[in-house]
Design a protein around this ligand. Structure first.
Ligand SMILES: [Zn+2]
Length: 318
């Protein structure tokens, strides 16, 4: 029953979504079923019967605990109807390139651009699943620069540039899943935690000859170093990670004209990874359901943690 609910219960099309989530009650019922697939269980006393207040608060009939399905989630204290959030989640997860703040503002008739922008920041925070499986098999790892005018130099850092670490699974000639992370530098102190957090022990890791990758050999990985020169450039020796880096650079150019504030970059990279790793998924609604599950299960996301209506300057002109 639980398994069925988790794997099958999502709208298969836009029309089905619109029919199914037209009312607040329908949205709350869905959150309820995602949170308690086997039925209500009071988190305080374990009792299984409840009544619902007019404001969709679930009240345990034994200990009278009040449980809100939106408290401590990205919808905490929202003034907007929950149907708006469901629509935002649907568009965010099911449109190929997502939705930008201007579109979201117009689609929902939100009062301000900053509300739409903050909603998107919150949704991006829910794209990373807790306990997601690490990359495995053959994995290319590299670092690249975003932003800035001049090409960067690894050892010395680069003015005005942001370093991004990338790991890309190789599946014969195809690419598997990816991970992207903003880093302060390219030393092994940055590279090794990224590798250990994101790649399964026993995997075969391919990097270039940068000294920061040397400690890989002492860990539970096999390590292959490839050298690139002018005649054999990076695109030919690390094709997977090179392709992903160029796609991300193109995205950043398209979205920000290459100018962005580094503190917002990770959330955009998270969204990119979310879309990339689900690019072959045939059912659009499944991505929506995953996001609802992630939101319901997410640990407390406080207002302070979400970057509030602070719109990056580079976006103000758009
Ligand atoms: Zn109780």
């Amino acid at each position: 029953m639980t398994e069925f609910y988790i794997t099958e219960n999502f709208p298969k099309s836009q029309i089905e979504f619109e029919k199914r989530f037209a009312t607040e009650k329908a949205c709350f019922d869905y959150l309820f079923k995602v949170k308690w697939p086997e039925g209500f269980v009071c988190p305080k006393c374990g009792h299984q019967s409840y009544w619902i207040s007019a404001k969709h608060i679930y009240i345990c009939t034994r200990c009278e605990s009040h449980i809100s399905l939106t408290a401590d989630t990205i919808m905490h204290d929202t003034k907007k109807p929950i149907t708006y959030w469901f629509k935002a989640m649907w568009w965010f997860t099911t449109r190929k390139s997502g939705v930008n703040a201007v579109n979201l503002k117009d689609l929902l008739g939100l009062g301000s651009y900053s509300t739409a922008w903050t909603w998107l920041q919150k949704l991006r925070r829910c794209t990373i699943r807790n306990g997601r499986e690490k990359l495995s098999g053959i994995v290319e790892v590299d670092d690249f620069f975003l932003g800035g005018q001049k090409p960067g130099k690894r050892g010395r850092g680069a003015q005005g540039k942001t370093i991004v670490l990338a790991a890309v699974e190789k599946r014969r000639r195809r690419l598997g899943r990816i991970r992207l992370q903003v880093a302060h530098n390219c030393s092994s102190d940055s590279l090794m935690p990224f590798i250990e957090d994101n790649i399964q022990a026993g995997s075969h890791i391919i990097t270039d000859g940068w000294k920061g990758y040397n400690p890989i050999e002492g860990e539970n990985f096999s390590h292959q170093k490839v050298n690139w020169t002018k005649s054999a450039d990076k695109a030919s020796v690390l094709p997977g990670v090179h392709l992903v880096a160029s796609l991300v650079k193109r995205l950043m150019l398209g979205t920000f004209q290459g100018r962005f504030e580094p503190k917002y970059l990770q959330s955009y990279l998270d969204e990119y990874v979310f879309r990339f790793n689900r690019r072959k998924s045939k059912s659009v609604g499944k991505k929506f359901m995953r996001m609802v599950q992630q939101i319901v299960a997410s640990i407390k996301i406080t207002q302070e943690k979400v970057i509030q209506c602070e719109i990056p300057e580079c976006l103000l002109a758009n």
